[in-house]
Design a protein around this ligand. Structure first.
Ligand SMILES: Nc1nc2c(ncn2[C@@H]2O[C@H](COP(=O)(O)OP(=O)(O)O)[C@@H](O)[C@H]2O)c(=O)[nH]1
Ligand SMILES: [Mg+2]
Length: 300
């Protein structure tokens, strides 16, 4: 029997946990079952209590204290421990049926996805041992569009996660409420299908051109942020990154306003289509959901 799920990823603070809550809420309203798995060993506040929580296996504070590690080292250690104790996940997930959507709420540290093969290994376990039809929902905060270099860096991280995980991805620009009013809809749409031409009219260039030219011998600190960010090498690097993203043509974004029910519903439709959720569901009679009260009448 197939299972269905999505793994919610993206940088720290991108709005992953908030999106998971909104998705759970939306599924509940639409009378759909879901199973919420928290895999962030440092997460604390939840609107909906996870059905399965990595913190019941291991917490990042304990690891940091006992092994004298920093937060990132602690996190890696937690995942290494999880990989050695996969039955912790398997026991609970094995019995989940096909009508459930399993939502994995992930930590934000990008090194777990792209630098070391920890999450790729976990994903492979979900797909092969647990038979979960899985897609990634990758969140990038919309405010990144206000700084094009940052936007392309974020898009590059989404692309490298796509390549490393070899999963179908639904890429999402989260927190749309934060950029509405700062940019026209038309301008925002350019970022949903990123291409290198976005760097041709980068407002940062105009800003940097009005400042003292970088590399100026009177500049007291050539490594100062403005000098570096306005420098030609940085521009060339950004163009190289943007052109590579353009060449691969793999990343496009959906816009999410988490406060709006239809926006969450639209993302869910993409997730459902990607994992072919509806194709696997038992056909229901139109009136299946209505509980008739037959009272004491013998209906035969
Ligand atoms: N304005 C705004 N803030 C948001 C939105 N989604 C999340 N946040 C805030 O961003 C912060 C990080 O959100 P969280 O869901 O914990 O991010 P995570 O680290 O990716 O799980 C919290 O303070 C949230 O309240 C959104 O759509 N709009
Ligand atoms: Mg979170």
């Amino acid at each position: 029997m197939s299972k269905f799920g999505t793994i919610v990823m993206g940088p720290a603070g991108a709005g992953k946990t908030t999106f998971c809550s909104a998705l759970i809420n939306h599924l509940r309203i639409n009378k759909r079952s879901c199973f919420y798995v928290n895999l962030d060993p440092a997460a604390e506040d939840f609107t909906y209590e996870p059905d399965l929580d990595i913190k019941d296996l291991i917490s990042v504070e304990d690891v940091m204290e006992e092994m004298n590690l920093g937060p990132n080292g602690g996190l890696i250690c937690c995942f290494e421990f999880l990989l050695q104790n996969l039955e912790f996940l398997t026991e609970k997930l094995d019995n989940i049926t096909e009508e459930y959507l399993i939502i994995f709420d992930m930590p934000g540290q990008i090194e777990l996805y792209t630098h070391i093969p920890i999450i790729p290994q976990l994903v492979s376990h979900f797909r092969t041992s647990l038979n979960i039809n899985l897609c990634a929902t990758y969140l990038l905060e919309s405010t990144f569009v206000l700084d094009r270099a940052k936007f392309f860096a974020g898009t590059l991280s989404a692309m490298s996660a796509m390549i490393m995980l070899e999963l179908p991805h639904v890429n999402v620009m989260s927190k749309m409420d934060l950029v509405k009013g700062k940019m026209s809809k038309r301008e925002l749409r350019r970022f949903t299908e990123p291409d290198a031409s976005l760097l041709d009219d980068d407002p940062a260039d105009v800003l940097n051109d009005t400042k003292a030219p970088s590399g100026n011998s009177t500049d007291p600190d050539p490594l100062a942020r403005d000098a570096f960010m306005g420098g030609t090498s940085f521009k060339r690097l950004n163009h190289a990154v943007a052109n590579m993203i353009d060449d691969f043509s793999m990343v496009s974004f959906l816009q999410l306003d988490v406060q709006k029910e239809d926006s969450v519903g639209a993302i869910l439709s993409y997730i459902d289509d990607t994992i072919q959720y509806h194709e696997a569901q038992e056909p229901k009679e139109p009136n299946d959901e209505i509980d008739y009260d037959y009272g004491d009448t013998d209906m035969g």
